[in-house]
Design a protein around this ligand. Structure first.
Ligand SMILES: *Cc1c(COP(=O)(O)O)cnc(C)c1O
Length: 400
């Protein structure tokens, strides 16, 4: 979502849907990436929080090669043993009940929205409504862009899907007011830490109040952990910092360490809503994606990557705060683990190109937030290398 950055000449054959940098990538190893001209980059973006294990992790490569030779796809007319293996791992680590597999984040969110609507219909609510948030990002399908709180994402694609009530984050009174006397509300749907919206965390107390309210009103608590989940914040799922358990949790991005995969994890309240025929997808749960998920989690545990994300993330946050807070033009440095945002007071999309020139990959989101979401294998030395490249760029930008 780097709409502000300069673009390479559009390809005649690829649709012009992204503001791309004029760089073509070739290959990667660990935290490093090389372009087709041989220029080396330090990767603090990880394919937008996707490459959990960095690039070319030898154990993942070997497992995927083995899986490709064995079977890539067989479809859901049959049982897929990898689905059971990965579902069990996700259920154990989330404290939830069961899983539906798909291939992307928006698909996981679509499934969550369908779950919420059917949950309502099963209770006799004919026009169910779902609470969503300002600045939220849930994807680019018609339903998920309707749930998204960014007018730029919605522009040109109306009519939007109805049945959403929008509220500001971290304000329980505003939520109560917006839903007062409305018997059609069936769920609240939010990101623990908004990603595309600018690395905006929900506060721990708010999450706990929300859990309580959902229980009182029999609403599903649905947490989009597509970006903040899978260990990025130092726990398996970002909401676990608040000691709560959601009823529905879409996952994607980091789950397959680069292989397309999505999942919706459901707790007891949502585990039996879908019956045969209610939902499905051709690629969902294919053996290759399942192997990627299983192997990603195994490697994360063997290499203690949750602890690493927490430790290196804290180091980055502390160093960035010390270097930047109080400087004119710097609004806030925030985040948790390896999901960090540096909010400036003016649009700074130009920094993505300058960083790339300096051999550093990152993104700017919500116009004025520099986003760092590196792979969870990042070392302290690599974190310092990122700081060494990034801080002078920010200083130069602030001085303009
Ligand atoms: C990226 C993202 C999505 C959309 O995922 P896609 O795989 O691009 O469809 C949804 N929600 C959040 C929080 C995301 O960060």
């Amino acid at each position: 979502m780097n709409a502000a950055v300069s673009t390479a000449p559009a390809s005649p054959h690829v649709m012009n849907t992204y503001g791309r940098l004029p760089i073509a990538m070739s290959h990667g190893r660990g935290l490093r990436v090389w372009d087709v001209n041989g220029k080396e980059y330090l990767d603090a973006l990880a394919g937008i929080a996707v490459n959990t294990l960095g690039h070319g992790h030898p154990r993942l490569v070997k497992a995927l090669q083995d899986q490709i030779a064995n079977m890539i796809h067989c479809c859901n007319y049959y049982h897929v043993p990898g689905q059971e293996a990965l579902a069990q791992m996700l259920v154990e680590r989330s404290g939830m009940s069961n899983v539906f597999f798909c291939s992307t984040g928006l698909e996981a969110n679509e499934a969550a929205l369908k779950l919420a609507r059917k949950y309502g219909h099963d209770k006799g609510i004919e026009r169910p409504e779902i609470v969503v948030y300002e600045k939220a990002f849930h994807g680019r399908s018609i339903a998920t862009l309707s749930a998204t709180g960014n007018p730029k994402v919605q522009a040109g694609f109306g009519p939007l899907v109805e049945g959403f009530v929008r509220v500001p984050a971290n304000d329980i009174a505003a939520l109560k007011k917006a839903t007062e006397g409305n018997p059609n509300v069936v769920a609240v749907f939010f990101e623990t830490i908004q990603g595309e919206g600018g690395i905006n965390p929900m506060r721990v107390e708010y999450l706990q109040q929300l859990r309580q309210l959902c229980d009182q009103r029999d609403w599903l608590m649905m947490i989009d952990e597509v970006q903040c989940g899978m260990g990025r914040t130092g726990k398996w799922f970002a909401h676990q910092w608040a000691g709560i358990v959601p009823d529905v949790m879409p996952l994607a991005k980091g789950l397959g360490s680069g292989v397309p995969i999505g999942a919706v994890v459901a707790g007891p309240k949502a585990a039996n809503i879908f019956q045969p025929g209610n939902h499905g997808t051709t690629f969902g749960g294919n053996p290759l994606a399942m192997r990627a998920g299983v192997e990603t989690i195994r490697i994360m545990e063997d290499e203690e990557l949750l602890a690493n994300a927490a430790r290196v993330g804290q180091h980055l946050l502390t160093r960035l705060s010390t270097a930047l807070l109080g400087k004119p033009g710097v609004k806030e440095v925030r985040g948790q683990g390896l999901m960090i945002g540096i909010e400036l007071t003016k649009p700074c999309g130009v920094i993505t190109q300058r960083a790339a020139d300096a051999g550093l990959l990152l993104s700017v989101t919500a116009d004025n937030v520099i986003r760092l979401v590196p792979a969870l294998i990042i070392s302290m030395a690599e974190a310092d290398e990122i700081l060494g490249k990034l801080l002078p760029l920010i200083d130069a930008f602030l001085a303009e």
